[in-house]
Design a binder for this molecule. Structure first.
Ligand SMILES: Nc1ncnc2c1ncn2[C@@H]1O[C@H](COP(=O)(O)OP(=O)(O)OP(=O)(O)O)[C@@H](O)[C@H]1O
Ligand SMILES: [Mg+2]
Length: 372
């Protein structure tokens, strides 16, 4: 066969990519009763690719919400599917060698070692951060992870890739994942409920939440309280809104972002960010892993250019920054989220109401006042 092709007598059939059967569905948002504001934030997180932290008492539905994120994210684009499959194949995790357009959902246990999480070891396997490339990394009970593991997340969260040491060299793997973290407000879990909290409030909450370092929290655009579900909400019939409905709005918002960022890419503005990389094909790949694909990946000049609010929005943000003492990072976080809210609205301009809603998703302050 092959030699007939080489002699120009027969044409070989083009190879066909094996595509995995992706029909098996994700759990649906319609199973979650109440928690309307948490669901809204999950939609915002999906629309802009933002990292999300949920803080709430046991049984409030945090793990349920997280598991429903991949179901509202758009399917992987061809290039993303290829990249994600390459990493999984390196880890010997690709099943029958079929490509998949599903976003992976990785939820390592908090006892996972540093190597299991970020990769490395004698055979330099990719870790969970890379297996979650273009997918979701869910860290449940965040403060229970050891400190070194949490700190090691900072590099991939910043750059979309991770460099791990081998015996005599370094290997770089892609690691552009969306982080979703969940935690109780304190060790006993009931800090916010006056009749159930333990006798150590507010110390117990401050100690527990203090295990998460500032630089890690700085990479989390959305941080919300998930209150207990009320009995009245539980008694209601299931909500009408399904994951499919939310996914359609998310896809529309993502399409706006993709077009906008591609425009920047054409002008060479995105690539300029990584101009110091070593030359060659490999550098192109590595740069590709780091290329911003959604609002959450933008920073600096690109963010300033795409999320400049209108005059009223800017006035509100300036006032909030003065009153609340927002750091420069918090200012950027607000702009990123406001850009996504405008995209969900189909609005070109970032307006005052987008800034106002974005400001409401700031990290809840430690509950000294409430718990005392
Ligand atoms: N909003 C809700 N609607 C319907 N069922 C819910 C809701 N919230 C929680 N449940 C029920 O409670 C169970 C526990 O929810 P889940 O595991 O998501 O809580 P959690 O917030 O992650 O708790 P923990 O802090 O203990 O991990 C679910 O399996 C589900 O049966
Ligand atoms: Mg849970």
């Amino acid at each position: 066969m092959g030699w007939l092709h080489l002699r120009g007598q027969q044409k070989l059939a083009a190879p066909e990519a094996l595509i995995a059967d992706d029909r098996a569905s994700y759990p649906d948002l319609a199973e979650i009763k109440g928690q309307e504001s948490a669901k809204r934030v999950l939609e915002v997180a999906a629309a802009g690719g933002h990292n999300l932290l949920m803080i709430g008492p046991p049984g409030s539905g945090k793990s349920m919400l997280a598991a429903r994120l991949p179901g509202i994210l758009p399917p992987l684009e061809a290039e993303e599917a290829l990249e994600a499959s390459m990493v999984r194949s390196l880890a010997g995790d690709l099943g029958e060698g079929k490509l998949s357009r599903r976003r992976t959902f990785r939820d390592p246990h908090h006892s996972a070692t540093l190597q299991a999480l970020v990769g490395g070891g004698p055979r330099a396997r990719p870790g969970e951060v890379s297996l979650a490339h273009h997918g979701v990394l869910f860290l449940d009970e965040l403060p229970e992870f050891n400190r070194a593991s949490l700190e090691a997340l900072r590099q991939p969260l910043e750059s979309g890739r991770v460099t791990v040491a081998r015996a005599n060299a370094h290997v770089t793997y892609p690691a552009r994942f969306q982080l979703v973290a969940a935690m109780n407000p304190c060790r006993c879990g009931h800090l916010m409920e006056p009749n159930r909290a333990c006798g150590r409030t507010p110390r117990c909450g401050l100690d527990y939440q203090g295990k998460i370092s500032g630089p890690l929290l700085d990479r989390i655009d959305l941080s919300i309280d998930v209150p207990p579900v009320s009995a009245a909400d539980l008694a209601l019939p299931p909500p009408a809104e399904t994951s499919a409905g939310v996914a359609a709005r998310v896809a529309a918002a993502r399409a706006l972002q993709r077009d906008r960022l591609e425009e920047f890419d054409r002008k060479g503005k995105l690539l300029a960010i990584e101009a110091d990389e070593t030359a060659g094909l490999l550098a192109d790949r590595v740069r590709n892993w780091s290329k911003p694909r959604c609002n959450a990946d933008t920073d600096g000049a690109v963010l300033a250019a795409i999320a400049e609010p209108d005059a009223e929005g800017r006035a509100l943000l300036t006032r909030a920054a003065e009153r609340l003492g927002l750091s420069a990072r918090a200012w950027h976080r607000t702009l990123r989220v406001a850009r996504t809210l405008a995209d969900l609205d189909g609005s070109d301009a970032v307006r005052r109401l987008h800034i106002a809603e974005a400001l409401s998703y700031r990290r809840p302050q430690p509950r000294t006042a409430l718990a005392a």
